[in-house]
Write a protein that binds this ligand. Sequence first.
Ligand SMILES: Nc1nc2c(ncn2[C@@H]2O[C@H](COP(=O)(O)OP(=O)(O)OP(=O)(O)O)[C@@H](O)[C@H]2O)c(=O)[nH]1
Ligand SMILES: [Mg+2]
Length: 299
Amino acid sequence: MPEFRSGFVCFVGRPNTGKSTLTNALVGQKIAITSSRPQTTRHTIRGIVHREDAQLILVDTPGLHRPRTLLGARLNDLVRDTYSEVDVIALCIPADEKIGPGDRWIVQQIRQMAPKTTLLGVVTKIDKVSRDEVAAQLLAVSNLLGPEAELVPVSAVRGEQVEVLVEVIASKMPEGPAFYPDGELTDEPEETLMAELIREAALEGVRDELPHSLAVVIEEVVPREDRDDMLDVHALLYVERPSQKAIIIGKGGSRLKQVGTSARKQIEHILGTRIYLDLHVKVAKDWQRDPKQLRRLGF
Ligand SMILES: Nc1nc2c(ncn2[C@@H]2O[C@H](COP(=O)(O)OP(=O)(O)OP(=O)(O)O)[C@@H](O)[C@H]2O)c(=O)[nH]1
Ligand SMILES: [Mg+2]
């Protein structure tokens, strides 16, 4: 009988390279929010993959970049901390972008912090380019990581090669028992999931600096009196400037209403119960650069 394997793998890479989308595809359920804006993920998120002969704990991490704010620096530190806690590091590089100094910097950091950890190259978003371009990118990633690194091309959106990736990661894991009970897909607290789904809905369609300036905090979750199938959820959306507050709220509150409707549906789907979602927007001036406010927002 084959031995059971279990362990931790983290997905790292530049912002917007498809780490969270891949995490969701492997887990088989949305546990991490995604967006076309860089720096969507702001904390490490654990997703669990259950197989007959293995259990993989995926650690989705924030994209690595040259930090411009205290928040950015904090997120980079957070990723560095995970290197020492995992069995495999999977570096994500999109098929449709040239390898650059940002990728080389990440590889250098990994080699320095975790010289003995297995490093895997994952070429993401292969549905966006031709087969020849995938082959060329695999060669480029091989040059970046060295000949001993295993490489896997995937498309999370199309589900191509996702199962192959699971098998390759599992083969690198040590023998050991499962860490999480069967069926558990994440250890994210429900409040965190709710806050993230609201942030994702609010990110939709806003531009420039606004995505970075958004933070969401769940203030209160209370069961509706004399109903056991309904929760009242009160959430605060923080932005950094009054002008951003106006954008988020929209004309006559129309945009905030849309955000509420879209987030509510997703939260109801995940919790399996009906909710009433109450959203308010507040300005927390320049919170990304302010240690005190960062702490209050959980960073
Ligand atoms: N076509 C295509 N698009 C993808 C694929 N995977 C991710 N994307 C898109 O790439 C964008 C970024 O995806 P995310 O999963 O949020 O990227 P990330 O690496 O987690 O980003 P950060 O959290 O900001 O570091 C989104 O618009 C995704 O829809 C893929 O396999 N194919
Ligand atoms: Mg992400």
